[in-house]
Ligand binder design. Structure first.
Ligand SMILES: Cc1cc2nc3c(=O)[nH]c(=O)nc-3n(C[C@H](O)[C@H](O)[C@H](O)COP(=O)(O)OP(=O)(O)OC[C@H]3O[C@@H](n4cnc5c(N)ncnc54)[C@H](O)[C@@H]3O)c2cc1C
Length: 505
């Protein structure tokens, strides 16, 4: 006879693990089962080698508006609070300095304005000018001749915050922790790929190769395969999945002290590459991720090509979404360049050219394509609205089954997403959610008071603005003299951009 659970979770990545933990700790649900396809917890996108290991708070992610950042910060803080509650410092959660780097007058002004807007939400945010960057992140400042890079740059970031997580270890901890909670049974079955879910009168029947399990409620946290299973049951046909693989390049020595992000193009959130100290590689700097559409749903695993076509549900509407995306020159160039990043021999040179925007003196012999690193972001296409959805997607059928797709930054938002599902599950099953206990343990009460001297920061901001002004004046003078500033305009990184700025003057 098949065993019946109140809740079955499909997928033991960070999303499934966070949900199991919250259900076990904060609700009166008595039986939970997790079914995982592979031999361990978090072997796909949750794996430390698959993602950038960042907790995205919204301070250095320049595509976030203030409103979006205030929500993201709250869910990101849940991850931090979980780790601190269980003393996981320097084992699961790590601290690095972090910043978003503005390069050139336009980006610098953008970063300064953003700092002024965001400093209340992020009281520890600081502005670092070139002089200060020389001391904390010198490789951002000097070019291949050891000279200071000529453009204005600014770093807006913080020090002493928790920034980095081994999400696989966190998922392991959450599941073990869920099992320890009183009055709840939590069973994890590995090597148990769910092949079929059927809605029956009193719930659901879930099938794997060798097991049949029953459930009152099912949450499918199976990454790109969530949509595959939803389609199989007749749900979510208005959505398709576009698997966007991300790869990385690793340096052969530690060249950054902390995380360095760049100003994002709002049309391509999370597309600008960044440099991060890799906690699994003794702090070597990992650059990336790149972005390439792959015709398979899982990276570094065999098969799933057929699953890709099934989940894409290719038709005229998909063609229209692709054509619309390709019409935009920023997106077209981005797709093309990222395709070239995967081609051996030319990829490294091209990648180094882009990464020089962060580190002007970066040499090709300092980095290697990181074999075996990277994952797949299951981006969702909305056929009804004929557009690419940029964030996460959740199909709540209202019939006792939910399907979640979690591209970046889905690991950061695992506990926030789980809370949403806990509310759905308890409401549907008429169970209780101890929201007070949840908030006491996982929700940040007060935003800490600024530890940073506001006056000192104001001085930085005006000093950098003066620098920009002086630079413009110098530039005008040279134009008037009929002399250009070749060292400024003829840099290897984004020369077309500088030229365009030149024309704008
Ligand atoms: C290149 C890259 C960089 C990223 N960087 C960051 C970052 O810095 N910070 C951040 O917050 N996020 C980041 N992300 C996103 C983050 O990795 C994902 O959002 C997160 O791992 C999603 O977790 P998940 O549990 O939903 O999915 P996954 O980790 O993909 O787990 C899904 C699980 O479901 C299982 N499964 C699938 N099908 C079945 C089935 N039929 N039956 C049973 N089990 C099944 C799989 O085996 C897997 O274990 C990044 C992603 C990529 C690709």
């Amino acid at each position: 006879m098949s065993k019946k659970y109140e809740v079955v979770i499909v997928g033991a990545g960070i999303s499934g693990a966070a949900l199991a933990y919250e259900l076990a700790r904060y609700t009166d649900i008595k039986s939970i089962c997790i079914l995982e396809k592979y031999e361990g917890v978090g072997t796909l996108n949750t794996l430390g080698k698959a993602n950038s290991q960042t907790i995205h708070f919204g301070d250095i992610e320049t595509n976030y508006t203030l409103a979006k950042a205030s929500i993201t910060k709250q869910t990101a803080k849940m991850v931090e609070k979980y780790c601190l509650q269980y003393n996981l410092e320097n084992e699961v959660i790590f601290s690095h300095q972090k910043m978003a780097l503005g390069v050139g007058d336009k980006e610098v002004e953008f970063m300064l304005e953003r700092y002024e807007e965001f400093k209340e939400l992020f009281p520890n945010l600081q502005v670092w000018d070139k002089e200060h960057l020389k001391t904390i992140e010198p490789r951002l400042v000097f070019d291949e001749n050891g000279d200071e890079r000529p453009e204005t740059i600014v770093g807006v970031g913080s020090q002493g915050e928790w920034t980095t997580v081994d999400y696989k270890k966190l998922a392991d901890h959450m599941i073990e922790n869920a099992k320890k909670q009183d009055d709840t049974t939590v069973d994890l079955f590995l090597n148990s790929q769910v092949t079929d879910i059927e809605k029956v009168e009193n719930g659901f029947v879930i099938k794997t190769k060798d097991k049949t399990i029953e459930a009152d409620f099912v949450v499918v946290n199976a990454g790109a395969h969530s949509l595959y299973l939803a389609h199989q049951m007749g749900y979510g046909h208005e959505y398709s999945c576009l698997p966007v693989a991300g790869s990385f390049y690793m340096t052969n020595q530690k060249i950054l002290n902390g995380k360095v992000y760049m100003v994002q193009n709002p049309k391509l959130p999370f597309a600008a590459l960044h440099g991060d100290p890799d906690i699994l590689e003794n702090g070597l700097t990992r650059f990336g991720p790149t972005a390439l559409v792959l015709p398979k749903l899982e990276r570094f695993k065999s098969g799933t090509y057929k699953d890709f076509w099934t989940t894409l549900r290719f038709d005229k509407k998909i063609v229209k979404i692709f054509i619309d995306l390709l019409k935009d020159s920023d997106i077209r160039n981005y797709i093309f360049r990222n395709f070239l990043f995967e081609i051996p021999f030319i990829n490294k040179k091209l990648f180094v050219r882009d990464a020089k925007k962060i580190i002007p003196a970066l040499r090709a012999d300092e980095i290697e394509y990181a074999q075996g690193f990277g994952g797949v972001r299951p981006q969702v296409l909305n056929k009804k609205e004929e557009k690419l959805m940029l964030g996460e997607a959740s199909i709540n059928t209202g019939e006792g089954i939910v399907f979640n797709m979690t591209p970046s930054p889905g690991a950061t938002s695992c506990l926030g997403n789980a809370k949403r599902d806990v509310i759905n599950v308890t409401k549907y099953l008429n169970k209780n959610f101890d929201i007070k206990k949840f908030e006491d343990e996982l929700v940040e009460e007060n935003i800490s008071q600024s530890a940073i001297d506001a006056n000192e920061q104001k001085q930085y901001v005006s000093k950098i603005r003066e620098e920009i002004k002086a630079h413009e004046e110098e530039y005008y003078q040279n134009i008037n003299d009929g002399q250009e500033l070749p060292s400024y305009w003829n840099k290897p990184y984004s020369p077309w951009r500088n030229k365009r700025d030149h024309w704008a003057f």
